[in-house]
Design a protein around this ligand. Structure first.
Ligand code: SAM
Length: 285
């Protein structure tokens, strides 16, 4: 039996979720709480959302907050999502960085800031590896570090394992990347295992975008894709401001296909690279 949330419990639970992970539910999204949390209510023998809210607030059940965040986050992702940004990454950013790496020793750092199950970060490490195969003198694969962060521990578990099921593998390996599936994965019984070389270019870390970014350092590319849609305008403003502080002077910010920082900050300028829009700091050299 599905337990319904009452109109007095909804604002309390909505507030709790926004505090935990910044996800701002709309008033029309009561159904989302019901569908995502009913299983947890049953697991913890709660007969109402009021009881469940109390349990979450008490903090007496170890790991309950984490389970709620895992249930409420949407981890939808795929390989080479939206195609065009990755073509620009491959055709413009990588050659640009490669040329810069021929000068004084520098490192390039990429942040996949809502990494989910790792497809975005690993798509980039596969592109870097392919670039280096085509340019054997390139130092890119040794000098690029990719950091993947997410708040969902269940998504990160998959990312770190580098093992993907048939459904995950059926999404995103279209042209021009169809051959990558067999080049970089080994099909085991029920999973496809990503090669060690590609995995070791990426390090994953549990991280809430509400936290200070200082411990992460500065980046040359930040991918903040398909996550701001879940946040309030106030959080988006704060997030873009902190993202701007985390970019190296000529670094790039890449958002989801329908996302823009324009309404929330004046610190970025947009630029067309290939068929995609990237953002750079207004005072970028
Ligand atoms: C829809 S996925 C997007 C994945 C990937 N960037 C892409 O475009 O395919 C959104 C991810 O954002 C994560 N997320 C949501 N709120 C977060 C927060 N406050 N801090 C860190 N990650 C968060 C979710 O766990 C989820 O994995």
């Amino acid at each position: 039996m599905t337990i319904k949330i009452t109109s007095s419990d909804f604002p309390r639970l909505k507030g709790y979720i926004e505090k935990q992970c910044g996800i701002a539910l709309r008033d029309s999204q009561q159904y989302l709480l019901e569908s995502r949390l009913n299983k947890l209510l049953a697991q913890h023998q709660c007969s109402s959302f009021a009881e469940f809210y109390q349990l979450a607030m008490d903090g007496r059940v170890p790991g309950l907050n984490e389970k709620i965040v895992n249930a409420m986050t949407t981890n939808e992702t795929l390989w080479f999502r939206d195609t065009h940004p990755w073509q620009s990454f491959q055709d413009v950013l990588l050659p640009e960085w490669d040329a810069q790496l021929k000068g004084p020793a520098v490192r390039k750092r990429i942040w996949s800031a809502a990494a989910s199950m790792g497809q975005e970060a690993y798509s980039m490490s596969m592109l870097i590896d392919t670039y280096c195969r085509m340019h054997p003198a390139s130092a890119l694969s040794r000098n690029v570090e990719i950091v993947g962060t997410d708040i969902s521990t269940s998504a990160l578990y998959v990312a770190i394992s580098g093992n993907y099921d048939a459904i995950a593998m059926s999404r995103g390996f279209g042209e021009p990347w169809t051959s990558y599936k067999n080049r970089y994965f080994t099909a085991k019984q029920k999973v496809w295992e990503l090669s060690e070389d590609i995995r070791k270019m990426v390090s994953f870390r549990h991280f809430n975008l509400q936290q200070s970014f200082e411990s992460l350092g500065k980046f040359d590319l930040i991918c903040l894709r398909n996550v701001i849609i879940y946040f309030s305008d106030e959080f988006k403003k704060d997030l873009f401001d902190r993202m701007a502080n985390s970019l190296n002077p000529s670094g790039y910010l890449l958002l989801g296909a329908s996302e823009t920082p324009i309404r929330y900050t004046s610190r970025f300028k947009s630029m067309r690279i290939g068929q995609s829009t990237f953002y750079q700091l207004k005072d970028a050299p």
